[in-house]
Design a protein. Structure first.
Length: 132
């Protein structure tokens, strides 16, 4: 059995997450762009405060539902924007649907960038995950 390699083990050291375009890019207010996940994936949202941020928060939301009163998003978590170029993150497993990182409290004395990292899909299937 010398020299045989299990092909499933060879990828362990490689990054299994794909970095996508930011949902918020050096922003201070707004709903930002949306992340479309057609198939269940693990997602890590990186929230980076830039500058001497003194206030601000980002709310990770998903799965908008239309009702007679309008469109409602389900709140998953609200994360304060880190000060001094700090980094915070929110992680979810096996999620699918539409997501956004809405700035729920305006950012003061700096900006925020929210970048989604998404687990890779099966290599034999097209990846339709995208930021819209």
């Amino acid at each position: 059995q010398r020299g045989s390699i299990n092909p499933k083990v060879t990828h362990k050291g490689k990054a299994m997450m794909r970095v996508l375009k930011p949902l918020q890019d050096k922003a201070t207010t707004g709903a930002g762009k949306r992340l479309l996940l057609p198939e269940p994936r693990s997602v890590r949202f990186l929230i980076r405060g830039e500058g001497s941020v003194s206030a601000g928060a980002v709310t990770i939301e998903c799965c908008p539902e239309s009702t007679k009163a309008g469109k409602f998003w389900m709140e998953l978590a609200t994360i304060p924007v880190p000060a001094d170029n700090g980094l915070a993150q929110y992680y979810t497993e096996e999620a699918s649907g539409l997501f956004r990182a809405r700035i729920s409290r305006p950012v003061s004395n700096g900006t925020v960038t929210v970048t989604p990292l998404v687990s890779r899909g099966r290599p034999d299937r097209p990846d339709r995950t995208k930021v819209v």
